[in-house]
Design a protein around this ligand. Structure first.
Ligand code: PEP
Ligand code: MG
Length: 568
């Protein structure tokens, strides 16, 4: 993007790249919530109940109809939201409130509050679902009152949509020809809004803070989804040009074909992050991924109440492995705990779950859980006839912090003929790389957690997004150290955190000596196209510049200037 003169620049977390210039529009307000107090006469409660049922049915039906017209994740989200309106537990709680004398509107509020409290107490992924719950509450209340449906405004021209937070249902229903950019006060890079925005490929910035409320509807705004900036008062001509350049860049990305190489032919293996067979199929058929660099096995079992047998697990793993019959697949052993509760493998009620018994640590008290998983992986690989030469099946452990843990894990893998590696996501693992690497064939740097633990900042916190930024030079220095040790010990070093999805950071990582980058399928072409535009020496210069920057913003801006020739 060219240097655009502006009055004010607001900043959030960049989620989907792309520059767009259009007037701001705010999401329609949520209904005012009723307070307790009013009591419905006993002989009218039956009528109140059917008023609620009718309203809830209308809301669910409307969402289902939208789902029928949507595709992919968007359709699934709308269907799931309709499912929440029809949820027996929630409806029962509302019914109880109404038969107890509350007006329908208040009974909806009370029932929702009860579920929100429960979900928040469960934390992690469950806590993220509270946005969905509040959303259905507001839709049903608006319907009960005959008010317009809260959410997306009716627009006829291109706009950038501003909101406190977007409900999954709103995001999924977006017409991307009109809503060309998204900016939210809250949310995080892994929220539903972010996931769907990525799928719809709408430039998106989240966690931009309460400052965005200063943006009045109708004001032209320039959003840059790769920098995370919202510029007010940009020169219209230059802003339009910046938007056009960004679209041309998107075109170059669409044309890119792998395998990835820098301009001077240095190969960087680009791999996909997946969580099940479906995602692996998309990676194999719709992306240029050379294989899978991170199979998050715990995500297969979030709904399982008991541990699946070795045979059952092997079937699940085969669905992923068979999508890449002739290429490398890196399977991660269960990373249960913290924000990924797996009923049969997580510790209950820890004070600090992110610092608690998660990842490989779970297996210390329950080694059989890990060995059964390794048996299942070995079984899946051998039933598909995979070998190290034809189709390597590598296994890595999450949250390794010591050489002993690495040695123990490698021993268990070796017993089963599996190639062992470890994630480098605890700073200690990077610092102790010289003791850890001799036990392993490879390591893969999990920049999401490495950043969280290096910066002592919760990766789920929107207020701390400025710290949980993998451009932080402290994080890059740990990656640099890991790469240098990797060279000494001939241990392959990959990156599989979100950092690998950022095209400019991918160049920095390549310059640091990373051999492979693993990211969401949709991010692969953007990374490949950027690598193709630079030579290795420039990547090394970019790495040098980023390592010596005084902070994340500065590192990003300097590298941007070096690689794209423009000032942010
Ligand atoms: C990471 O921490 O960077 C990583 C890839 O693992 P996860 O995001 O699943 O914790
Ligand atoms: Mg991690």
């Amino acid at each position: 993007m060219k240097n655009v003169s502006v009055d004010t620049v607001l900043k959030g977390t960049a989620v989907v790249p792309g520059v767009r210039y259009a007037p701001a529009v705010w999401i329609s307000p949520r209904p005012k919530l009723p307070k307790a107090g009013q009591v419905v006469a006993e002989n009218q409660r039956e009528a109140e109940l059917s008023r609620f049922n009718d309203a809830a049915d209308v809301v669910a039906e409307r969402l289902l109809q939208r789902s029928a017209h949507a595709k992919g994740a968007a359709a699934e989200v709308l269907k799931a939201t309709a499912g929440m309106v029809n949820d027996r537990g929630w409806r029962k709680a509302v019914r109880k409130g109404i038969t107890g004398g509350h007006p329908a509107e208040y009974a909806v509020v009370a029932a929702t509050t009860k579920f929100v409290t429960m979900f928040e107490a469960a934390g992690g992924v469950m806590a993220e679902r509270t946005t969905d719950l509040r959303d259905i509450r507001d839709r049903v209340i608006a319907q009960l009152r005959g008010e317009p449906e809260p959410g997306l405004p009716d627009v006829t021209e291109r706009v950038v949509l501003f909101a406190d937070d977007l409900s999954p249902a709103d995001t999924a229903a977006l017409n991307v020809d009109l809503f060309v950019g998204l900016v939210t006060e809250l949310g995080g890079p892994t929220s539903h809004t972010a996931i769907i925005a990525r799928q719809l490929n709408v430039p998106c910035i989240v966690a931009a803070g309460s400052q965005i409320h200063s943006v009045v509807a109708g004001t032209p705004v320039l959003v840059d989804g790769s920098l995370g900036t919202i510029s007010l008062g940009a020169d219209p001509e230059t802003a339009v040009q910046a938007e056009q350049e960004s679209k041309m860049q998107a075109e170059r990305v669409a044309q890119w074909r792998g395998p990835a190489k820098t301009k001077d032919g240095h190969h960087v293996q680009l791999l996909a992050n997946v969580q099940d067979g479906k995602a692996a199929r998309i990676a194999a058929t719709e992306s240029q991924a050379e294989g899978i660099g991170l199979f998050r096995t715990e995500l297969c079992f979030l709904n399982a109440t008991t541990e699946p047998s070795v045979k059952e697990q092997a079937e699940v793993y085969k669905k992923v492995l068979e999508q890449f019959p002739n290429s490398k697949v890196v399977v991660r052993s269960l990373d249960a705990g913290s924000d990924k509760p797996v009923a049969f493998a997580s510790m209950a009620d820890e004070m600090n779950p992110a610092l608690g018994v998660r990842g490989l640590r779970v297996a210390r008290a329950n080694e059989a859980l890990l060995t059964r998983q390794l048996d299942a992986i070995a079984k899946a690989a051998s039933e598909l006839g995979r070998t190290e030469e034809t189709a390597p099946t590598w296994v890595m452990a999450p949250m390794v912090a010591t050489a002993r843990e690495a040695q123990w894990f490698a021993g268990l893998c070796g017993d089963r003929g599996l190639t062992a590696g470890a994630m480098i996501e605890v700073p200690a693992a990077s610092l102790m790389a010289d003791k850890i690497m001799p036990h392993l064939r490879f390591v893969s740097i999990g920049t999401n957690d490495l950043t969280q633990y290096t910066m002592a900042a919760d990766r789920m916190s929107p207020q701390l997004a400025y710290l949980t930024d993998p451009w932080q030079p402290a994080v890059l220095r740990l990656i640099d150290h890991t790469c240098k040790e990797g060279k000494k010990f001939n241990t392959a070093v990959g990156v599989c955190g979100e950092a690998a999805a950022d095209p400019l950071l991918a160049c920095v990582l390549t310059g640091l000596g990373v051999n492979s980058l693993s990211a969401a399928s949709t991010a692969i072409a953007g990374v490949g196209a950027q690598l193709a535009a630079v030579d290795l020496e420039t990547c090394q210069k970019a790495a040098e510049v980023a390592l010596n920057a005084e902070g994340a913003t500065n590192a990003r801006a300097l590298v941007r200037e070096l690689l794209l020739g423009d000032k942010a």
